[in-house]
Design a binder for this molecule. Structure first.
Ligand code: BG6
Length: 302
């Protein structure tokens, strides 16, 4: 268990960067600067909250999220790594990999300016994780908290053989009502429809939501824009090192089966995930690295 006092002594900055033990005794770090406020759980290096100064929170965290060691937290920005979805061959291995249920150590905290705080985390694999993933591929996460929120997940291959990873930054965005928002930037993209037997289809126009949605958009490298007239907000979702985008909302029946969704919780969230999934899995050659990055920015709508 991380030593909160030691973290505050080493990395804390009065009123700016504060480590604490949060719900479920999980360690968290709160960041406040003139541009934004954020909270990150050290389990999973999972961003739980980000709100630009004077603006509404951008990231959704389930009101009934469970906070416990080794359990994925519902909401925020879970890191799916080093595999996305179920493990390709081992059904008992954790869904979406082990990064989100692992402890990440804090390597550095830096105030770039009054308005920007940069943090660096490194995944500490457990013995179980080493058995699931016997590869020398350290993972690091760079997080930049400011007017914009940026994350970069770096996978290095220190081994002698190529390693294939699939992954996603599984961001839950907060929305006024998923039934009235739309996502631009995927028009014309083929997608795998996971709620229709994995059929490949073609997106026509903006993505809208009227039922369970679980799609992997392929050949998708451009910016997506989440337009939310209810919140009078447009969210720009840009990414690098990713040519697939996952869009997910569990809708009524699926969310009712989950103990970490409140009834109607699905109405206030949508996941737009920068991914390397399906045929976009990445081969990292020995001595090389892969960088998966996102930048989020909120703009007012008039
Ligand atoms: C999405 C997947 O990325 O994550 C869905 O495409 C999955 O199939 C969802 O249901 C949530 O996964 P989990 O493991 O956090 O419940």
């Amino acid at each position: 268990m991380p030593d909160i006092d030691a973290l505050n002594t080493r990395f804390g900055v009065t009123d700016r960067v504060t480590f604490a033990r949060g719900p479920g005794a999980l360690a968290t770090v709160d960041i406040t600067n003139v541009s934004a406020q954020a909270r990150i759980a050290l389990q999973g290096a999972q961003v739980l909250h980000w709100a630009p100064a004077g603006a509404a929170p951008v990231i959704w965290l389930s009101p009934t999220a469970k906070f416990a060691e080794g359990r994925a937290i519902r909401g925020g920005i879970p890191i799916c790594w080093p595999w996305f979805g179920p493990h390709p061959s081992e059904t008992t291995y954790p869904a979406h990999g082990f990064a989100r249920i692992s402890h990440w150590e804090v390597v550095a905290v830096e105030s770039i300016s009054d308005g920007e705080t940069r943090l660096l985390f490194r995944l500490i694999p457990s013995d179980a994780a080493r058995a699931w993933w016997p590869h020398a591929t350290p993972a690091e996460l760079h997080v930049n908290i400011g007017k914009r929120l940026s994350l970069e997940l770096v996978t290095k291959n220190l081994g002698v053989a190529p390693v294939v990873i699939s992954q996603a930054l599984h961001t839950y965005f907060s929305v006024s009502d998923v039934r009235s928002v739309h996502v631009l930037g995927l028009d014309g993209s083929p997608y795998i429809d996971k709620v229709d037997g994995g059929k490949t289809k073609l997106q026509k126009g903006p993505v809208t939501f009227s039922a369970e949605t679980d799609r992997i958009y392929l050949n998708s490298i451009g910016e997506n824009i989440l337009v939310d007239r209810g919140l009078k907000r447009r969210l720009r979702v840009a990414k690098t090192g990713s040519s697939s985008t996952v869009i997910w909302n569990p809708w009524i029946q699926k969310s009712a089966k989950m103990d970490d969704f409140v009834e109607s919780g699905y109405v206030n969230m949508v996941c737009i995930e920068a991914a390397n999934a399906a045929d976009d899995a990445v081969t990292v050659a020995p001595g090389e690295e892969h960088r998966l990055g996102v930048v989020y920015a909120a703009e007012g709508l008039t």
